[in-house]
Design a protein around this ligand. Structure first.
Ligand code: AMP
Ligand code: MG
Length: 345
């Protein structure tokens, strides 16, 4: 895209915006870029998104090219007002009741709803008859979308790599997009929960847990079981979130985890580890990041993956967690990133 069609003649590629009080002129400039067919990386509370106007097929195709995203993996459409879901989706009376309950409780927030598509072009939905919609809980994102209209935005990363959760992780996109908004570190750090209204199944676990959804809908909500040949959520068949290093997920006592790491040190591996248990190993071949709790784990997971890759680690050892609350989402990302889940006996 040529600069000449922007309202601002010259604009920095990366701009910092205050996430509590977004500066109006900066948001307006970003919105103009989206409206005119450009691509903007922007913060949300889950991870950063790489966005184009949800109605501009050309811009969306360019976005897919930049990300290296397969065309059959649809994007989430981000909206700024709850009622906008009725504008872009075809919603039956029965579904409306469910949507109203969920939206009242969880929007703005990390819950994406898959509903019947009405208006979104095939480039963003991979030609499916459904569309995934979310209202993010981030002032910058909301102000931007209010001005630009709905934005189709997959996670901001090169396809197959962990999603960007801070400006340091977005460097490789800077050359390719029209603008990056630096809005600080993502609060949640993992992508949204994707929930299919028709089947009432979770297609992708996220911060909003099956337990929370079950409570609101007054029925047991579960994750979709296996990766089908033609999965309901096309993103499920792709290997995601993979660092270059080999990821090993360990379950076991403090003592056993220590012993396992010592064994890896003896094999001369360069090791990165993310642990909840406070083990005491000091060796220059190991870099351990301790996390305080599951939310802290989720928030920092992709950042640590990235750091360990930069340090050229051979393996990344992660402590496995219980599949409860956000633990479902953490384990889901592990299963996609790792070759091995080991229970130490
Ligand atoms: P990302 O944009 O990287 O957060 O990924 C979006 C996720 O939402 C992917 O796993 C997609 O497959 C899923 N998704 C988007 N649209 C749909 C849809 N219409 N039906 C099912 N899953 C969808
Ligand atoms: Mg993604």
């Amino acid at each position: 895209m040529k600069n000449s069609c922007w309202t601002m003649e010259k604009i920095e590629k990366i701009i910092k915006i205050n996430r509590r009080k977004p500066e109006k002129e900066k948001i307006e400039a970003a919105a103009q870029i989206i409206k005119k067919g450009g691509i903007v990386v922007f913060p949300t509370e889950t991870v950063y998104g790489i966005g184009a106007s949800a109605f501009n097929e050309r811009a969306i195709k360019r976005l897919y090219k930049i990300k290296g995203r397969p065309l059959d993996n649809p994007s989430i459409i981000h909206i700024a007002r709850k009622k906008d879901i009725y504008d872009i989706a075809d919603i039956s009376k029965k579904d409306k009741e469910i949507i109203e309950k969920l939206v009242k409780k969880f929007w703005p927030g990390p819950l994406t709803l898959v509903v019947k598509n009405k208006k979104i072009p095939a480039a963003a939905t991979a030609g499916l008859d459904t569309v995934a919609v979310r209202m993010p809980a981030n002032k910058i994102a909301l102000e931007l979308i209010k001005r630009s209209g709905p934005i189709a935005a997959p996670s901001a990363n090169i396809s197959g790599k962990p999603s960007g959760t801070s400006i340091e992780m977005l460097k490789e996109l800077a050359e390719k997009v029209d603008l990056i908004i630096n809005g600080g570190e993502s609060k949640i750090g993992l992508e949204s929960t994707v929930f299919d209204i028709r089947t009432k199944k979770i297609l992708r676990p996220g911060k909003i847990s099956p337990e929370q959804l079950s409570k609101i809908l007054k029925e047991k909500v579960t994750k979709i079981k296996k990766i089908l040949k033609k999965p309901r959520s096309p993103g499920m068949k792709y290997k995601h979130y993979s660092p270059d290093a080999k990821v090993i997920v360990l379950f076991g006592s403090k003592n056993k985890i220590e012993k396992f790491i010592e064994k890896m040190i003896n094999k001369k591996f360069r090791i990165g580890a993310i642990l909840l248990k406070k083990i005491k190993i000091k060796d220059e071949k190991v870099n351990i990041k301790f996390v305080k709790n599951l939310d802290d784990y989720a928030k920092n997971l992709f950042k640590f993956f990235r750091k360990f890759d930069e340090m050229k680690c051979d393996v990344i050892i992660c402590e496995g967690v219980k599949e409860k609350g956000i633990g479902h989402a953490i384990m889901d990302r592990f299963k996609k990133a790792s070759e091995k889940l080991i229970k130490l006996k």
